[in-house]
Design a protein around this ligand. Structure first.
Ligand code: KIV
Length: 256
């Protein structure tokens, strides 16, 4: 059984764990625990201070993904296709092939449903595994309000999820989708849903790692901080500084 079938079989059996990585050292830790490691274009805001993910380029994604690849042995590695790299089927195919050949990732993730039907169809026809992304779509969002409060929005999202399932994507990220709609979508499709701000009703959960370890000073409702790594780093740096100032480091054993 391949990695994708393995993941799909987890639906209704065990929750899927997904986190973001932008570099080898974090990927090495995540690989032990995650089903999916995502090189998310969230790196635009988390690492580069861009106002939106729209400024992230293909080259940036490829360089970070090459680093992440070195840390991954067992998890499924997914790379976000950045904004303006899949405006047509031919552009999407060219860029997805480039991402896969340069980074050796397992799959790419694209934002959207019906609107990018032909693009996803082309990728899948060409044997490129695709992860979907519905709900808030940061690459095109005008606002970051949760989705699924209005009937029309609910119907469209459910339709989009069914379309992606029919097309053959292997899972769908649901970002900030109202809980009861996340439940309905998860029940209605054959592939796993991975929620972020979309309740426990999804088949799995994803978070931005920098948010959950307390490296990124973000405060949004769907983030839970599981550690305060910033504090730990600060303690280590202060110790280093003090030892340097007091000539306690380096010692003889650290010298040649
Ligand atoms: O870019 C990203 O990190 C993502 C996740 C938040 C799902 O798309």
């Amino acid at each position: 059984m391949n990695k994708f079938d393995n993941l799909i079989r987890k639906k209704n059996k065990s929750k899927i764990v997904c986190l973001t990585a932008y570099s080898k050292n974090i990927a090495l830790i995540l690989d032990k625990h995650c089903d999916i490691v995502l090189v998310g274009d969230s790196l635009g805001s988390v690492l580069y201070n861009y106002k939106s993910t729209r400024s992230v380029t293909l080259d940036i994604m490829i360089e970070h993904s090459k680093s992440v690849r070195m840390g991954i042995k067992k998890s499924l590695m997914v790379v976000d296709m950045p904004h303006n790299t899949y405006r047509s089927s031919s552009e999407a195919l060219r860029n997805a092939k480039k991402i896969i050949s340069k980074t050796k990732c397992d799959a790419v993730k694209l934002e959207g449903g019906k609107k990018i039907y032909h693009i996803i169809k082309t990728l899948i026809k060409n044997k490129i595994p695709v992860m979907g992304h519905l709900g808030i779509l940061p690459q095109s969002a005008k606002n970051f309000k949760a989705k699924g409060k209005k009937i029309i929005e609910r119907n469209n999202l459910l339709k989009d999820a069914k379309i992606l399932d029919e097309l053959g994507v292997f899972s769908i990220v649901l970002e900030c989708v109202e809980s009861s709609l996340a439940k309905e979508i998860t029940k209605a499709i054959r592939i796993p849903t991975i929620g972020i701000g979309a309740s426990v009703n999804c088949d799995g959960q994803v978070l931005v790692t920098d948010d959950l370890i307390g490296l990124n000073p973000i405060k949004v409702r769907f983030v839970k901080r599981f550690a305060n790594i910033k504090k730990q780093i600060n303690i280590a740096i202060v110790k280093f500084k003090n030892e340097v100032k007091n000539k306690k480091f380096p010692k003889k054993v650290n010298s040649y």
